[in-house]
Design a protein around this ligand. Sequence first.
Ligand code: SF4
Length: 140
Amino acid sequence: MAKWWEKGIQFECQGSGRCCVSRGEYGYVYLTLEDRRRFAKYFKITTRAFTKEFCEKEDGIWKLKEFKKSCRFLESKKCSVYEARPTQCRTWPFWPENMTPRAWDKEVRSYCPGVNKGRVWQAKEIQGLIRKQAKSEEKY
Ligand code: SF4
């Protein structure tokens, strides 16, 4: 069956920082080992030190700690660690769970000002990001 996004999706981050703010079930930044290594390199510390200082486990999955109302790295609506941001931040909004018409409307369109702005992401690119995110979730 053809995907609703087969002809692409227009999306461009507007820098609202809204995807870095807690709402409903969204209030976690999960981290793979690769994500923690990238962060450690960025902070010039060991992965172990980064994990100890910035991470905690919930249900066996590593996530950033101190995510209260928003991510601890969100400053003035901007990601202060953009270069080192984890996979889930890189693949937003093309997460597997967002890609039904209903979820897209509820979790993305109604919420994120980047929808219908800027460039059109082609189906191939979208598929690539969905896969990347799904693979990352397998490594949590
Ligand atoms: S790491 Fe950066 S992009 Fe990811 S939720 Fe935190 S502030 Fe947002």
